[in-house]
Design a binder for this molecule. Structure first.
Ligand code: ATP
Ligand code: MG
Length: 416
């Protein structure tokens, strides 16, 4: 990628109503642009990050054997009336066509996936099924002031599983919980897992995955000694209490953002749609169903909240829009030729690189590199040329002069 011709550059103009670091930095760095509260365009660099996060999620869903599909976002009213959600779900966006038909925009897709899947299931031999999609969701959120963390349109990975009995559901639930924890860990995040009541749909337990950040909208209590964690909203406990689980630790309170959750939906949706299967004892049975949400665009916001400094974003290498930010200082033929050489060699090695080849000041280029937050800044100038080297600076570390070969072997030995 060459920066001079790339669409979506750094800007000084940030809407004054952006109050969170993620919205401020992502906008100034040219990753996103706000259309209105809760709806953002993802510019080329931003889309790369979003896709990188989605790919990590895909990889971990592959590991647990879930199948990816894609369902419509535009839904007929009937499906939502069936489950009571047309009346009960306050965030549901409803629309009417010019012929007077009513529709809903998907805020979650149990209403769509249940008939889709169960119409293909005759007996227990056809189960379990676990399908997921990565798609945009729409919610009429009352407040949408946290940048990417609370969209009215946002990218979610939503998975749904269907099982012949509770035991099989429990097995898969545990597997998914661990897959989620791997996703967060690979993104460099520590997610605490709260156990919560499953809300309106079920008496059963659900898990919420929480990342500590002041920009979050949840308050949690967590133990300083064991993994106990609970959402304050439902808790009979408070900060300073003894941990009810290990009895050793003390509970601390913190702000957090929910980056995923998994729910036991029981038999609700099978019953609502009258979709059953023949079980092992030859009788009709409704499936036990689970749903598993993971906020992909919210994660992008949370990652920026966690990883930035006063100069800009600090992308974890695994999701950065490129690994190398190449900067030529000076525009002599010699410097340009050398930078071009490096650019070509890195590309040939499959190392993604953003080359800022603009004819502008070193100060502007270096400032922009920090703001954009690509992991390695590589500077070529007449000074580095003299030494036959380049200056490599990890985003949060000191610069060093090394040869191109050293740079390539270093990057190849730690693949992103
Ligand atoms: P919250 O309590 O934050 O509103 P939720 O309980 O409504 O979340 P789910 O319906 O379970 O969330 O959605 C699954 C995941 O999608 C959430 O864990 C979160 O990561 C993400 N998510 C939910 N609402 C939004 C939103 N408005 N903007 C961005 N991501 C969201
Ligand atoms: Mg919500």
């Amino acid at each position: 990628m060459k920066y001079s011709v790339m669409f979506g550059k750094t800007t000084r103009n940030v809407a004054r109503d952006e109050v969170t670091a993620n919205a401020d930095l992502l906008t100034r760095a040219g990753f996103v642009e706000k259309l209105m509260a809760g709806a953002y365009s993802y510019l080329p660099l931003g889309l790369k990050v979003l896709n990188n996060i989605a790919d990590i999620v895909r990889e971990e869903m592959d590991v647990i054997g879930a199948d990816e599909l894609l369902m419509p976002m535009l839904h007929p009213k009937d499906s939502w009336v069936r489950t009571g959600a047309w009346e009960n779900v306050d965030v549901l966006f409803k629309l009417e066509s010019r012929t007077g038909r009513e529709y809903a925009l998907g805020q979650s897709e149990e209403e769509i996936v249940t008939p889709l899947v169960m119409s293909k299931v005759q007996t227990y031999r056809d189960l379990p099924i676990h399908v997921y999609q990565i798609g945009w969701k729409f919610r009429d959120e009352l407040r949408s002031k946290s940048g990417l963390m609370r969209g009215r349109e946002f990218l979610m990975k939503d998975m749904y599983s269907f099982h012949e009995d509770q035991a099989d559901f429990d097995r898969f639930y545990e597997i998914t919980k661990n897959a989620y924890l791997r996703v967060y860990e690979r993104l460099g995040l520590v997610a605490k897992v709260t156990e919560a009541s499953g809300g309106a749909f079920t008496e059963k337990i659900s898990y919420e995955f929480m990342v500590l950040t002041d920009a979050g909208e949840d308050d949690i209590l967590y133990c300083d000694q064991c993994e106990f964690c609970i959402n304050v909203e439902i808790a009979d406990l408070q900060s300073g209490n003894n941990c009810p689980k290990c009895m050793q630790g003390t509970l601390a309170q913190a702000r957090a953002s929910e980056v995923g959750n998994v729910f036991d939906l029981g038999q609700k949706y099978g019953r609502d749609f009258g979709l059953s299967f023949i079980d092992r004892s030859d009788s009709k049975q409704f499936p036990i169903m689970g749903c598993y949400g993971l906020g992909i665009s919210r994660l992008m916001g949370v990652i920026v909240e966690k990883f930035h400094d006063d100069r800009g974003i600090i992308w974890p290498e695994i999701i950065a829009p490129a690994r190398v930010h190449l900067v030529n200082i000076g525009n002599s033929d010699e410097v340009i030729d050398h930078a071009n050489d490096i650019y070509t060699r890195l590309c040939q090695q499959g190392i993604s690189v953003l080359w800022d080849e603009r004819e502008t000041t070193a100060g502007i280029k270096l400032k922009d590199a920090d703001l954009i937050g690509i992991p390695y800044r590589v500077v070529v100038s007449s000074r580095t040329l003299e030494e036959g080297k380049v200056e490599v600076k990890p985003r949060t570390d000191e610069p060093a002069l090394i040869t191109i070969d050293e740079l390539i072997s270093r990057l190849n030995s730690t693949p992103a």
